[in-house]
Design a protein around this ligand. Structure first.
Ligand code: SAT
Ligand code: MN
Length: 583
């Protein structure tokens, strides 16, 4: 396979000229190809087959121990003007960035195969889908891209028809963190990534394309590329509401997207559209419609069990690539909180020794096709996407943020999103558990200045009267002893239900300075072992603490200087004033 599109052929030729691979292979996306690539990796030791009786089609990849997460400090947005990248991104001038990274790419593929991966983000027939080609020297990336995107022949056909595609160049290089960079050139629709084989750094269709480059494109084209799961919530009458939720990495998006309703919620059903990324477009009727640009899940493994996420637990028992988990004596994958089996070998491939830390890496991952998911919604393939009733922001916060509240209107909702703060997780290299601002859960992923991004969000209120209602949730409140106040997981449906009842104008709630909170009786707690006091705690607004919070939000917003939209400043001032009156 080669291509009739000369711009693509010329780019592939020039990359080969720079990186000097032994051979070039164009991926067609077929099953035969996938099986062959997997077999080759098993031969070379990059993959290990797991127990094929209990885990048919499953394989294990152990990465370099220094290459287990995203590297925000080595990730750059290279726009002509530094201001366009904004204080939220690392910036390098495009020429300097190309020069620096091309020097690392020179000869990087010697002795290796260069794979050309045409892919489509979104249903192949969708007007909202976007195209890309990733060039990589990693067979692991090829296999993962096959599971995560619509990859191969049909994508190439559309690329040749449209002529426009995002160019992604990737090499694992020598895996030395000193020579690792993830660079984005949104003005050129291109990405260059070297020195890492890990998910978000290497599967360029995902965070690099579908969020950083796409968010930049979306701004000029009038849509939104967001770090959101998409879920359909069906009530016992068969009515389905679609909800999009933005939570930071490793804060439970996959669990919520695949939730199994608790015993108390007979007749309810959850349909998964996506677990990580949503592209939102306004249709002619003024409704926001969402598609999931991805076709698979790259989820956190530890903590997955029959209680927390039975759908995921079942789904990853076949045709799954595991990265950096432990294994049992029987060669089954093992991870912390799996609730069965014991580890024999840890994620580094050593004999398991509890004194050297967890057996599975805290950011160990499964890669699996969305088709494996028992709650998969066929509408995930609908070209027109699904209409969104509610947008939900959330973070991981021990204190302050109530279980749920609703923004007063769209513009206030933009402030709520811009104010999101969350404890850092193992999804990025760095300290874990530190609260930081993570607006719209996009801090690591917005491909341009956050101030301009908030202006773009605000601009939607002039375009439609039928926008989704905006909410904020926090599943992670703890008491002084560190015990979680809310049971979470499947029980989160009780909160989602209130959100939907608000959208249907059936739940009243009451107004507070930070937004609408549920009246205590409006969250169904039947069958839950949760006291009235705890619910009160979860659904209260501590005025003094919120005043401090709003001071900190104000400082954060002002750090964006003149570019900060006046409307956002106004929303902030309104909340400050209402808190003052309430104090
Ligand atoms: O590493 S990924 O960016 O793909 C997953 C995540 O951190 O959200
Ligand atoms: Mn994510």
């Amino acid at each position: 396979m080669t291509t009739t599109l000369s711009t693509l052929q010329e780019w592939v030729d020039s990359v080969a000229g720079l990186t000097k691979p032994d051979s070039i292979y164009w991926c067609d996306g077929s099953d035969t190809e996938y099986d062959r690539v997997i077999a080759e990796m098993c031969d070379s030791g990059v993959l290990k087959p797991l127990n094929q009786e209990s885990f048919p089609g499953c394989h294990l990849h152990l990465s370099d121990p220094s290459d287990v997460a995203r590297v925000e400090h080595l990730t750059f947005v290279c726009t002509t003007s530094e201001e366009d990248a904004g204080p939220n991104n690392n910036w390098m001038a495009p020429n300097a960035a190309h020069e620096k990274i091309d020097a690392l790419f020179a000869g990087a593929m010697k002795g290796r195969t260069m794979y050309v991966i045409p892919y489509c983000m979104g249903p192949i027939e969708s007007p909202y889908a976007r195209l890309g080609v990733e060039i990589t020297d990693s067979a692991y990336v090829v296999a993962n891209m096959r599971l995560m995107t619509r990859m191969g022949k049909s994508a190439l056909q559309r690329i040749e028809k449209e002529g426009t595609f995002v160019k992604g160049l990737h090499s694992t290089g020598d895996l030395d963190p000193e020579r690792r960079f993830i660079m984005h050139f949104p003005e050129e629709l291109s990405i260059k990534s070297i020195g890492s084989g890990y998910g978000g750094n290497a599967l360029l269709g995902k965070k690099c394309h579908a969020l950083r480059i796409a968010s930049y494109q979306a701004r000029s084209e009038g849509w939104l590329a967001e770090h959101m799961l998409i879920v359909g919530v069906e009530n016992p009458h068969g009515e389905v509401h679609y909800v999009a939720c933005a939570f930071p990495s490793a804060c439970g998006k996959t669990n919520l997207a695949m939730l199994i309703p608790p015993e108390s919620h007979k007749g309810w059903r959850i349909w998964t559209l996506g677990d990580d990324i949503a592209w939102l477009h306004m249709d002619e009727a003024g409704k926001l419609r969402a598609i999931n640009p991805e076709a698979g899940y790259f989820g956190v493994v530890p903590g997955t069990n029959e209680k927390t996420n039975k759908n995921a637990y079942d789904m990853i028992h076949r045709s799954t690539i595991f990265t950096n988990v432990a294994t049992t004596e029987d060669n089954e994958p093992w991870w912390e909180d799996k609730k069965s089996g014991t580890p024999a070998t840890d994620w580094r491939g050593n004999d398991y020794d509890p004194s050297s830390g967890p057996a599975a890496h805290p950011n160990s991952r499964f890669t699996v096709s969305a088709r494996n998911n028992p709650s998969y919604s066929a509408l995930a393939d609908a070209p027109e996407g699904v209409p969104i009733s509610a947008i939900v922001f959330g973070g991981r916060r021990r204190e302050l943020a109530p279980l749920v509240y609703e923004a007063k209107d769209w513009n206030h909702g933009v402030l709520v999103g811009a104010s999101v703060a969350s404890e850092t997780t193992a999804a990025n290299v760095g300290e874990v558990g530190v609260v930081r601002r993570d607006p719209m859960a996009m801090k690591p992923f917005c491909g341009y200045n956050f101030a301009d991004y908030w202006s773009h969000w605000l601009s939607f209120s002039d375009r439609s009267e039928r926008l989704p209602q905006i909410f904020h949730v926090n599943w992670f409140r703890q008491d002084e002893s560190g015990k979680f106040l809310w049971p979470g997981f499947g029980e989160n449906l009780r909160v989602i239900r209130w959100i939907i009842e608000r959208c249907e104008e059936r739940a009243h709630g009451h107004k507070t300075p930070i937004g609408y909170l549920p009246n205590p009786a409006e969250i169904d707690t039947s069958g839950l072992d949760i006291s009235f006091e705890t619910m009160k705690e979860l659904l209260s607004v501590n005025i003094e603490a919120w005043q401090k919070e709003m001071d900190s939000v104000g400082e954060y917003l002002e750090s964006y200087g003149d570019r900060l939209p006046e409307a956002l400043r106004k929303e902030h001032a309104k909340v400050v004033e209402e808190l003052r009156k309430a104090s």
